[in-house]
Design a binder for this molecule. Structure first.
Ligand SMILES: C[S@@+](CC[C@H](N)C(=O)[O-])C[C@H]1O[C@@H](n2cnc3c(N)ncnc32)[C@H](O)[C@@H]1O
Length: 201
């Protein structure tokens, strides 16, 4: 067995273990496929020096795709709630800012851990939003809006394949929404943009 295959297997086993402990939080039994991760990474900001915030990176399937697409590790800030998954991410991506914390508190978490950060060019989220109260999703959307620069993008996937927009996204423009079928289960990737003229979060 190759080293890479062994690493993938142990990451998937850890993911499954975390799902058994806390299915609501993990929200999936397997990490994202390459197709889904790559569909998310398509929306990286063009400026290579811009910070990107990843929410719910899990074992790093999407993180890996973002870095492969050219994002610098030192420009990636990721918030993961599971301490064991965050530990794995620190081993895999030692120069990225991996924070063990609650993405729903991203304003406080960022202030505490990454002081030099004012705005990010994109928020890439794998959070299982439908497993949380609508009010929590609303509050999260407001915090995402506050940290995104004008015209910055919030990329979110969901296993809900319908076209309905999740709570909190009404103050964003919907740029794209497509289903990635080569994933277990298939997922919809939606891209919301903060309006350019926004002065207030
Ligand atoms: C569906 S998994 C996605 C994992 C990975 N991004 C992928 O696509 O394979 C959701 C991830 O979000 C994390 N998560 C859930 N709630 C969170 C929260 N409030 N703050 C930070 N991470 C959270 C879970 O621990 C899990 O790693």
């Amino acid at each position: 067995m190759t080293k890479q295959l062994r690493a993938n297997l142990s990451a998937t086993t850890l993911f499954l273990h975390e799902w058994l402990l806390c299915p609501q939080q993990i929200g999936a039994i397997l990490p994202s496929s390459k197709n889904l991760a790559s569909a998310m990474a398509n929306w990286l900001p063009p400026e290579p020096g811009e910070f990107v915030l990843e929410l719910g990176p899990g074992t790093g399937a999407v993180t890996h795709a973002l870095l492969e697409r050219g994002l610098r590790q030192d420009r990636l800030v990721a918030i993961e709630k599971s301490p064991r998954l965050a530990g794995l991410l620190r081993e895999r991506f030692p120069r990225a800012h991996i924070i063990t914390g609650d993405a729903f508190q991203l304003d406080r978490v960022l202030k505490k851990h990454v002081r030099q950060l004012n705005f990010v060019g994109a928020v890439i989220s794998s959070l299982p939003l439908r497993n949380f109260a609508p009010e929590a999703a609303d509050a999260l959307a407001r915090k995402i809006r506050a940290v995104l620069r004008p015209a910055g993008k919030w990329v979110q996937y969901s296993y809900y394949l319908g076209n309905g927009r999740p709570r909190g996204t009404s103050r964003f423009e919907l740029l794209a929404s497509d289903v990635v079928w080569w994933n277990l289960p298939p997922a919809r990737v939606s891209v919301y943009q903060k309006p350019c003229e926004t002065l207030q979060p």
